[in-house]
Design a binder for this molecule. Sequence first.
Ligand SMILES: Nc1ncnc2c1ncn2[C@@H]1O[C@H](COP(=O)(O)OP(=O)(O)OP(=O)(O)O)[C@@H](O)[C@H]1O
Ligand SMILES: [Mg+2]
Length: 265
Amino acid sequence: MNDMRLTERTVDATDIKISARKVQVFYGTTHAIKDVDVDILDKTVTAFIGPSGCGKSTFLRCINRMNDTIDICRVEGDILLDGEDIYNKKVDPVQLRARVGMVFQKPNPFPKSIYDNVAYGPKIHGLVKNKAELDEVVESALRKAALWNEVKDRLDAPGTGLSGGQQQRLCIARAVATSPEVLLMDEPCSALDPIATAQVEELIDELRENFSVVIVTHSMQQAARVSQRTAFFHLGNLVEFGETGQIFTNPRDPRTESYITGRIG
Ligand SMILES: Nc1ncnc2c1ncn2[C@@H]1O[C@H](COP(=O)(O)OP(=O)(O)OP(=O)(O)O)[C@@H](O)[C@H]1O
Ligand SMILES: [Mg+2]
């Protein structure tokens, strides 16, 4: 797990997976994200923290264009993935979302079987050659999401028939099944018990070996445990962004300090 004594390392451009510049988000006249600049590093877990309504989910949804699906939402500024503008007209949002996967706060399994929930992405993106390969991908994704043992004997049962925490792990399996380069997780553990939470945190740590993970969390302990870098949002502004140990032990902005010590939130 994360070593809090890690010193801030220098960042060279090749480490940068996602680069956001001057990002603004509006819902009608509500200005939800104000002029945010952020670099998200490859092979790193980045935590987004901040009080309710500060814009964490909104900003997360910018990174895989999920805000496109909200009619009144308007996004301005630049977001680059490996140096390429994800808002370019040539980018297909469906393809983008296979590369930049997402797990939502509320589990949203498809009205399909457990197996088909996980198999769906690899199938539509042509990631497997045959049924045997697909079976392997499904099992491996369910194992990563710490769900395999609970569902291996009922893969044909509907995903919506699982408990809330199991549904959330199913959605995590669905997201990792396409081997996304970036995984966005919006409070992925809020419906999970401590055991499943620990398993998901372990998965996040594993994913970091190959991918970039961004996690929104209301738990400072979780942010400290799983992330190497932390961004603190407040009223639509990115107030402070740095190495996780520094943010939690030596915040530079008084608003960050108030939040992490429990004075605002
Ligand atoms: N679909 C929407 N339509 C209109 N306004 C929205 C919508 N989604 C979010 N907002 C507004 O944008 C602002 C940021 O909301 P957002 O959901 O991003 O906050 P958050 O930091 O994720 O909060 P929480 O911790 O409660 O999940 C809030 O003022 C919210 O009311
Ligand atoms: Mg949110």
